[in-house]
Design a protein. Structure first.
Length: 161
């Protein structure tokens, strides 16, 4: 939803990032309340906790493996995909080159269908679409029929008959 590039590791940067996302996406209007799932790292304490605990903020902070039994692995998976699919292949040698590229990479990532979302994009899920394993079955069936028809009439496939 939001991102920052920094050479530092701090709660202030995390706070600014969360606050920007909260404002950018009008999360104060969401229902039910926004759940911010974090790990127990120091960057998720201090200003982040003060912000989330304000009466006028429609958000609850949930610490993975403390408040809930599962981890924040879904966020770590996104971080891994961004690094390995977008950043590392570019061989960006310093942080001043990362920010301009990240401004392209993150929006692209959010518009890309993901298998973990059963073919939906992160933006579609954010906007309320629910992943459904059967959603694409009719389209897949039509595609299979079209491909068979094309293959049957292909001159490149004489050995198939």
């Amino acid at each position: 939803m939001n991102w920052k590039v920094s050479t530092q590791y701090s709660a202030k940067i995390t706070f600014e990032n969360i606050k920007e996302a909260y404002q950018k996406y009008n999360l104060h209007k969401t229902n039910p309340i926004v759940s911010l799932i974090t790990d127990g790292g120091s960057e998720n304490k201090g200003e982040v906790g003060h912000f989330v605990n304000r009466q006028d903020i429609n958000m609850q902070k949930i610490v993975a493996q403390r408040d809930i039994i599962f981890s924040n692995s879904m966020v770590e998976a996104v971080n891994k995909r961004i690094k390995y699919d977008y950043l590392f292949p570019k061989g960006l040698s310093c942080h001043t080159r990362v920010a301009p590229y990240a401004s392209i990479a993150f929006p692209e990532y959010n518009k890309k269908p993901h298998s973990s979302l059963l073919g939906l994009t992160p933006l579609e899920v954010f906007k309320g679409m629910l992943p459904d394993k059967d959603m694409f079955k009719p389209a897949i069936k039509v595609s299979i029929q079209k491909r068979r028809a094309i293959n049957l009439h292909s001159e490149d496939c004489e050995d198939c008959f």
